[in-house]
Ligand binder design. Structure first.
Ligand SMILES: Cc1cc2nc3c(=O)[nH]c(=O)nc-3n(C[C@H](O)[C@H](O)[C@H](O)COP(=O)(O)OP(=O)(O)OC[C@H]3O[C@@H](n4cnc5c(N)ncnc54)[C@H](O)[C@@H]3O)c2cc1C
Length: 446
């Protein structure tokens, strides 16, 4: 392992290399005036490897890649990747509705191979701040930096009562591909009615020769609800909406987030269709004995180990009836949440928190008591302040362009936005008549 103890100071050091900091590295590359280094604890880039089921598809358009939103001419775009790999025409002919997540992972890995300032196998153990510099430390190395960018992602959420039982047969979905053994003849229960739960159900039912004895799908929502991908809902994934949302008081933002739940957490329509068709095929065409239960409107409330299996307690929402399920394998698709990385412990008391969250500035730095010019930026942790787009891929390049402009102190990326297609905020008066446009239009019509 190379020792970086004498590394030169960089303008920007990033912790974690997922899509967020990878986008930052890709967009910083053309700007030689900004020096940067990025550190990742894994030995190589893998995008949620534990959930890379073969059929999983991207939930955003493929143009929402690392760079295109702010600079389609950047050489690390998805189209540039397809072109370099000589597969652009085949890709066009294939005419995918949604790209396979595996292909996007390959694209991300290719982008990594083009960026010399990414360091894998570098777990950042601690960060301190002295003499105007952040100091990142690993086991055998350190890196001083003027600014710090956290891109450590979200961590799996597991209900407290299940945490002590995690292991080979009861695990979070993030470990599905690594824990999954032969499930043939097993009673498998999937907890969670979002996209992840649906992807696992599809995978469990896909191989007729290896089906479990039973598959049960439990969801807290009253039904297996689709992701709202309609055009005006997709307007929530624009910079204009994010800016509007950020400007609202917290009392307005919180209920909005609850209302917008299915704009981010529902299941792709195509996946719902494919699961439904498979259920039909298994039951009515193949007459397969695999017992499939769909249990929406239930919450998992407790887990008890029995001699050979798990007993799962469910609460039925509408009737408040209690139910018990037996499972040989239970997969918890119970989501992800942001947690401050342990390496930031020393700085933690210096960072402002409100309602247990960082307080963000418009440029994605968080408020802390450090000096001006030493910024701590955080990616993927501002959902309640910047809106539902924040944890998703869609606006990552725009967020990174903000960070780059802020670090450089110059508008290296043009982030002026056209007027939004929907006027989200209130106006004191609509000026169609007063500015004369209305009259001009009327004159044209006449
Ligand atoms: C299964 C799954 C599928 C998704 N699919 C989509 C989708 O199709 N469309 C969409 O818009 N969004 C999707 N998302 C949401 C979001 O886009 C992803 O979670 C995305 O990976 C977030 O990127 P990130 O870089 O913030 O975090 P991550 O991808 O989680 O990367 C964080 C990295 O930081 C590293 N790290 C953490 N701590 C340290 C440390 N101390 N030192 C060094 N390295 C560290 C981790 O090892 C990790 O590699 C999906 C999420 C999941 C879980």
């Amino acid at each position: 392992m190379s020792v970086l103890s004498a590394a030169a100071v960089v303008d920007m050091a990033g912790i974690g290399i997922g899509p967020a900091n990878l986008s930052l590295a890709a967009l910083a590359r053309p700007h030689a005036g900004i020096s940067s280094a990025f550190f990742e604890r894994s030995s190589e880039f893998q995008w949620h490897a534990g959930m890379m089921v073969p059929e999983a598809r991207l939930q955003v358009h493929y143009l929402k890649d690392l760079v295109s939103l702010v600079d389609p001419s950047n050489p690390l775009s998805f189209l540039a990747y397809l072109s370099k790999k000589k597969q652009l025409l085949s890709f066009i002919n294939a005419n995918f509705d949604q790209v396979l997540r595996r292909e996007f992972n390959q694209y991300y890995r290719w982008a990594c191979s083009q960026l010399p300032n990414l360091h894998f196998n570098r777990d950042v153990r601690s960060v301190t701040f002295d003499n105007g510099l952040f100091m990142l430390k690993g086991d055998t190395w350190m890196q001083p930096a003027r600014n710090l960018v956290l891109g450590t992602g979200q961590q799996p959420s597991v209900p407290a009562f299940a945490q002590a039982h995690l292991g080979e047969t009861l695990f979070h979905a993030s470990q599905y591909m690594t824990r999954k053994r032969s499930l043939k003849d097993k009673r498998v229960v999937v907890i969670g009615g979002g996209q992840t739960g649906a992807e696992i159900i599809q995978h469990l039912l896909s191989d007729t020769s290896a089906l479990p004895a039973s598959v049960t799908w439990v969801s807290r929502r009253w039904n297996f609800a689709p992701l709202d991908e309609s055009p005006f809902t997709n307007e929530l994934y624009t910079p204009q909406y994010s800016d509007h949302f950020f400007a609202q008081p917290e009392a307005v933002r919180q209920p909005l987030l609850a209302e917008q739940k299915l704009a981010s957490d529902g299941i792709s329509q195509s996946l719902l269709q494919s699961i439904y068709r498979r259920l039909y095929e298994l039951k009515h065409v193949l007459h397969h004995p695999c017992h499939i239960r769909l249990l929406p409107g239930r919450e998992l409330t407790a887990v008890q180990p029995r001699a050979q299996h798990w007993s799962l307690a469910l609460l039925h929402g509408h009737s408040q009836a209690r139910e018990e399920l037996s499972a040989d394998i239970a997969v918890l698709c119970t989501g992800y949440a942001y947690q401050m990385p342990a390496c930031l412990e020393a700085l933690e008391p210096r960072i402002t928190r409100r309602n247990d969250e960082y307080v963000f500035n418009p440029d994605y730095s968080v408020q802390w008591d450090g000096p001006q010019g030493s910024a701590l930026y955080v990616q993927n942790a501002a959902r309640s302040q910047k809106g539902i787009a924040d944890p998703n891929l869609g606006l990552i390049p725009w967020r990174c362009a903000h960070i780059i402009n802020s670090v450089s102190g110059q508008p290296l990326y043009d982030l002026d936005e056209p007027e939004a297609c929907v006027q989200w905020g209130a106006s004191a008066a609509f000026d169609d008549v007063s500015d004369g446009r209305f009259d001009r239009l009327a004159a044209v019509a006449n």
